[in-house]
Unconditional design. Structure first.
Length: 279
């Protein structure tokens, strides 16, 4: 059931893409990390498919079940009071109708936006017509529910480097505009994009542009000026935390408990922090 609060959050998130300025969208991997991002002042949060998979002991790439994703999303939505967008990867289904059905279940769990991607496990891209069918199914779901959730259509042309720099740009522009024409509210082109490439994508795609935080070009002020409207951080927060956990574990295994003894986030502080959410 779609609630009034959910409709309000959907409207807020949709408007964030139309305000003419860039926003940073952090990617959470469980309810606790979603609470952390909300408490830090972010206006919305998204899931990280990789982060959720890591938290469940799996690699990225639809290796977890849809039921597991649904449970995590439901817990996140219950614990925060800001919009929650969900990375559904390829949709956890083989048909546009299946993608639509899964999206409906995620909406009922509290989601107000989706990433849907065209990258395949073999390093190629889904046929364009097939991907447009998925977007059309989500647009139909919008009409049926009356909920203005955000469809963030992702092309993995650069992420998978399917055709080299020139070819990737051509594919990203073609697919990005086709996605927008089919009803996508935002186009996501992740990858190690340089400033010139971002500028070309921003000029060439007739929809708000979403890029991912990367080492090649991450000047937020310049990205905003170039017309980027949404920047995701992907799995980097989850990898940062798990990287620290690995270092701590290695130290503890070697007989050094100092990383655990030096934390200022005490048991009392943790309980206080997590008592101030919506659960």
């Amino acid at each position: 059931m779609i609630t009034e609060k959910q409709r309000e959050r959907a409207e807020i998130f949709s408007n964030m893409h139309k305000e003419g300025k860039m926003f940073v969208l952090p990617n959470a991997w469980d309810a606790g990390s979603a609470v952390v991002f909300e408490r830090a002042g972010f206006a919305a949060v998204a899931t990280s498919s990789a982060g959720i998979a890591y938290a469940l002991g799996c690699p990225d790439g639809e290796t977890i079940t849809f039921g597991e994703l649904l449970y995590v999303v439901e817990r996140m939505a219950q614990c925060i009071g800001i919009p929650l967008s969900v990375d559904v990867e390829r949709g956890y289904a083989e048909t546009p109708e299946g993608v639509k059905e899964n999206a409906k279940k995620l909406l009922e769990a509290g989601a107000i936006g989706f990433n849907i991607e065209d990258g395949l496990p073999d390093g190629t891209l889904s046929p364009l017509d097939f991907q447009l069918g998925k977007i059309a199914a989500l647009v139909e779901l919008k009409r049926e529910t009356g909920l203005d959730f955000v469809i963030n259509a992702r092309t993995c042309a650069y992420w998978l480097n399917v055709a080299g720099e020139a070819g990737n740009l051509e594919i990203a522009l073609e697919r990005g505009n086709a996605f927008a024409g089919a009803g996508a509210d935002c186009v996501y082109v992740p990858g190690a994009l340089g400033e010139e490439t971002v500028a070309k994508l921003s000029r060439g795609i007739k929809a708000p542009l979403n890029v991912i935080l990367n080492g090649a070009f991450h000047d937020f002020r310049k990205l905003d000026k170039l017309g980027v409207r949404r920047i995701s951080v992907g799995s980097s927060p989850a990898r940062f935390i798990y990287g620290q956990a690995i270092e701590m574990s290695r130290a503890l295994s070697a007989g050094d408990p100092s990383p655990l003894l030096g934390t200022e986030f005490s048991y009392a502080a943790a309980n206080k922090f997590f008592s101030q959410n919506y659960c």
